[in-house]
Write a protein that binds this ligand. Structure first.
Ligand code: ADP
Ligand code: MG
Ligand code: MG
Length: 920
């Protein structure tokens, strides 16, 4: 018989940390903390399997109810209270918890079990009627919102419970919740219930058991809400995982001045510094800290002092109004830091924790591996190895490869920053520098970025509805909330620049403007955010390279003065120890090659020769070649191009200094090189001594209905072999020249878009012939490889035959995706967003390899190719070469290398190491 319910609490648990699939992250970690002897309010977890069952069958699995009741009894015994009792009622929270944490996605219900009768019991037990009714009205509102569906769908619509609350306050002439009397709160409860009856045509359930089941089902249903789905898509969380439900005895942080609630990180999530970091509120309940409705206090004394300094708050005022937990409750503080240390040692990672203090007793409510910025991730990983807390392998697996991007992101130009007007300072929640035009809501952010504009999303506070807009914006600025607010958490995860809790901002959504003391900025105005310091500036400040780039590219910083760089380099050197996949770069200019090498590329996996055609006035010769009507005419024009190509290749070979350079023969359709506007056409005609009509006629004759599948790739070189001849000549002359300079050269010549063996043979014959000729003339020989791209399904299918003649393969996964899916990259924009929104495809196949389809061809092509030629070198050079998810797949297929854009080389090195470590 299946087990659906798992107990935790009081030093015991049925579950464990490694049971996240079944218990969700929250449930598994609550169990683990209980096992570690950490004080956790007792409770139980209903498994994710029940959610999946519920989604499928629209009913509970048989036996669930009996099991749940048994567990409820056990919890009652431990808590010494009884669910639904009028004397001493048990109250619980019902909390969702999926396998992967989804900040703010799923709504929890607190204080469940209250009704008009049990509230009297709570008064008896706590001796505090105000507390009891405050808990009651919170519960009714939360239940109405979450379970009964009264929560407004759009952010700007008002919550009906808040409307009633405000009405009451106005009636009583008070502004603050704390000024409401017991009578007010009792009145609110009945207002709330009346409103529910009116709106929903059904009453608020008084029966605690009915409340419990209602909440459990609501959690299951919330798995399907559109916001949760959007989050899953952004984070690649499959829809069929389901969520678990945790039912847990309530503890109260709102029972007076000896009570508090808070959230913390075992290390600073923004910088990575080894320093306990957290925020708390006295006399408050759970959500209050994250919601950002009250300004939280800092947990450590040092943090509190720093915070006060940033907010220009004097020390005596800080002590009075914003003292740290360290000062305010030293015993609980030390208990908390001990637990933090236990958790770090146990999980070998930084933890994000939730806690509540009730009458001086500390309870842990949650722990999980904490989200962090890229900078913090690298710093923690490297320092934890140095502390002996984790191994290099663990460190490598700890850092999200894409997070390395953040270390390469620009910082503000210090001079311009110096002169800029600082508008305000908030929390440095997401590092980096960003400038953009102000927008006040997520849809505007999406719309304007779609038009190519750069925007900063400014919100009083953010909520899950804003996720897509946050993703679109350059940066996020909020007026409320701490380092653990929704905006801060999500921004860190997305790697966005974020300044949170900038309390000096008075944001007026209706008037679309921000007031800061005597200054006003409006929608559309430029502002600049420094997410590393928390500063907000008026206007647009230009940016300059990050510390890493200043060391690697500019030489403006010495490595020993650049700690961020040092850690970055160290982590990547560890990655190189473990990865087996080679990493090359796609680059076609010497400066790009230099960057690639600086980032650790071991060679060039794709040098697109046509990119060089657009430099200087080479395009004239290219156009002349295309316009020529005879082979001789073409040769004449190509002869003009030859010295350029030779110099281009020589420059690249010099930079690459003996590393492999894979050069692709001309690939795009010729039409792309011709001018399409009248004036340039007329100019070209004049240059070539032809009429504009001649030019136009040639342009028209080369136009194709579907150029992606047209006269391109090796089809060009086959019809016009003189093009291949010229390019081959250039490559070998350049190689010999550079060798004369004492530099090694390893050219690899690559024929694109091969579908038939004969195509390859034809082109190979031309290349070999010309190469021999050049080498003979110079009287020296060099080693080179001659291979092909595999970018048509047919090529993958006959890879065994192609490998007979080709010495290496490189999968061109961009074209292979287009041709396998029958989807053109240029036209996908009309329907792919819809497909993604409606989860017809889980992710963009042009960003992340379609492993099930295109991946099968990659595997097949590799196996077939190596069947014929055991030592066949196989790589990939599409967009996917820099995508960590795809890299994992390429590693498993056994490719020799991936090739990606220079800036993704560090990401690929780390992703390749992770793939190797996971494969162990
Ligand atoms: P989320 O997944 O959004 O963090 P949680 O389930 O952690 O939601 O709950 C929301 C808030 O309620 C948190 O601050 C949490 O600490 C608090 N909370 C949850 N359960 C309890 C409980 N049994 N007693 C006291 N506070 C609770
Ligand atoms: Mg939580
Ligand atoms: Mg291609």
């Amino acid at each position: 018989m299946a087990k659906y319910v798992y107990f935790f609490g009081d030093g015991q648990a049925d579950g464990r940390a490694d049971m996240k699939e079944l218990l969700g992250g929250k449930g598994a970690n609550l169990a683990e903390m209980a096992l570690l002897g950490i004080p956790v309010p007792p409770g139980f977890t209903i498994t994710t399997e029940v959610c999946t069952y519920f989604q499928r069958e629209h009913s509970d699995p048989p036996g669930l109810e009996r099991e749940l009741l048994e567990h409820l009894k056990r919890v009652e015994r431990l808590a010494g209270t009884e669910f639904g009792s009028v004397e001493n009622p048990l109250l619980v929270s019902v909390r969702s918890g999926a396998r992967a944490s989804m900040p703010g996605m799923m709504d929890s219900v607190l204080n469940l079990g209250l009704n008009d009768r049990t509230v009297e019991g709570l008064i008896k037990r706590s001796g505090d009627a105000r507390f009891a009714y405050d808990s009651y009205r919170r519960f009714v509102a939360m239940y109405g919102d979450v379970v009964m569906g009264l929560k407004p769908q759009s952010k700007d619509a008002e919550d009906p419970f808040e409307v009633l609350m405000d009405r009451r306050k106005k009636m009583r002439g008070v502004t603050d919740d704390v000024d409401m009397t017991v009578e007010d709160l009792r009145g609110l409860v009945s207002d709330f219930k009346a409103m529910i009856r009116e709106r929903m045509g059904q009453s608020f359930p008084e029966d605690p058991m009915e409340q419990l089941w209602g909440a459990i089902r609501a959690v299951f249903n919330s798995w399907r809400n559109p916001r949760a789905e959007a989050y899953r898509r952004l984070n690649r969380i499959p829809d069929d995982w389901g969520t678990a439900v945790n039912v847990q005895v309530m503890v109260f942080g709102n029972l007076g001045e000896r009570c508090a609630t808070g959230v913390a990180f075992t290390r600073d999530p923004a910088t990575g510094k080894k320093e306990f970091y957290g925020e708390f509120l006295v006399n408050a309940q759970g959500e209050d800290v994250v919601a950002g409705t009250r300004t939280p206090q800092q947990i450590t004394l040092a943090g509190s002092q720093r915070w006060a300094q940033n907010h220009s708050i004097a020390e005596d005022e800080r002590k009075k109004r914003f003292s740290s937990l360290e000062e305010f409750m030293p015993d609980e503080y030390h208990q908390l830091t001990d637990i933090a240390e236990t958790l770090e040692k146990h999980y070998h990672d930084m933890n994000d924790i939730e806690f509540t203090i009730q009458d001086g007793k500390l309870w842990m409510l949650q722990c999980r591996i904490g989200k962090r910025t890229g900078q913090a991730a690298v710093r923690m990983a490297v320092e934890m190895v140095e502390e002996g807390l984790i191994t290099k392998e663990q460190a490598l697996l700890q850092v999200e490869p894409d997070a390395l991007n953040q270390l390469l992101r620009p910082v503000f130009d210090p001079q311009e920053k110096e002169q800029a007007t600082r508008l305000a300072r908030g929390l440095n929640a997401g590092p980096g520098a960003a400038a953009g035009q102000i927008v006040f809501n997520a849809p505007d952010a999406q719309e304007r970025t779609a038009r190519g504009e750069r925007v900063i999303l400014v919100r009083i506070e953010t909520s899950p509805e804003d996720i897509k807009g946050m993703n679109a914006a350059e940066g996020i600025l909020t007026a409320r909330g701490g380092m653990t607010s929704h905006a801060a958490l999500v921004a860190r995860q997305m790697g966005k620049v974020c300044v949170a809790g900038c309390s000096a901002l008075e944001i007026d959504y209706a008037k679309r403007r921000i007031q800061v003391k005597d200054r006003t900025v409006k929608e559309g105005d430029w502002i600049s955010l420094d997410g590393t310091t928390g500063d907000v500036y008026e206007g647009q400040i230009s940016t300059r390279p990050s510390e890493v780039l200043q060391v690697l590219f500019d030489g403006t910083l010495k490595p020993e003065d650049a700690p961020v760089y040092q850690r970055f380099a160290k982590l990547l050197s560890w990655a190189d120890e473990f990865r087996s996949l080679g990493v090359r770069a796609n680059a076609d200019q010497p400066d790009q090659c230099e960057k690639a090498v600086a980032f650790g590329a071991e060679g060039i996996g794709l040098c697109r020769t046509e990119h060089m055609f657009f430099q200087g006035n080479r395009i004239d010769a290219v156009r002349e070649m295309i316009m020529a009507e005879t082979t001789d005419g073409r040769r004449k024009a190509l002869a003009k191009l030859l010295p350029y190509q030779r110099e281009d290749f020589a420059a690249i070979f010099r930079v690459m200094a003996g590393r492999s350079v894979t050069i692709r023969m001309l690939d795009p359709p010729l039409h792309e090189f011709l001018p399409h506007d009248n004036k340039t056409q007329a100019d070209l005609a004049k240059k070539l001594g032809k009429t504009t009509e001649d030019v136009r006629a040639r342009v028209n004759s080369l136009a194709e209905a579907n150029p992606m599948l047209g006269h391109r790739g090796c089809r060009l070189g086959i019809v016009f072999p003189e093009i291949t001849e010229m390019q081959t000549t250039a490559i070998f002359q350049a190689a010999l020249k550079v060798i004369d300079e004492g530099i090694l050269v390893h050219p690899e010549i690559m024929i694109p878009l091969v579908g038939f063996v004969r195509e390859f043979e034809e082109q190979a014959r031309v290349v070999r012939h010309v190469a021999d000729e050049v080498m003979q003339k110079e009287g020296r020989r060099i080693e080179y490889l001659l291979g092909t791209m595999i970018e048509l399904p047919r090529a993958a299918l006959i890879a065994n035959d192609i490998a007979r003649v080709a010495q290496f393969f490189s999968f061109g996964t961009n074209d292979l995706t287009q041709t396998t899916l029958g989807v053109s990259r240029d036209d996908a924009g009309t329907f792919l967003p819809f497909y993604l929104d409606n989860i017809i495809v889980a992710h963009n196949p042009f960003q992340s390899l379609d492993v099930d389809g295109v991946g099968k061809l990659v595997r097949l092509g590799t196996e077939k190719g190596r069947h014929t030629r055991r030592d066949l070198k196989v790589g990939i050079c599409g967009e996917h070469g820099g995508d960590p998810h795809s890299i994992d797949f390429f590693h498993r297929v056994g490719l020799d290398y991936v090739s990606c854009s220079p800036f993704r080389v560090p990401i690929a090195r780390l992703a390749a190491a992770q793939a190797a470590l996971r494969g162990r």
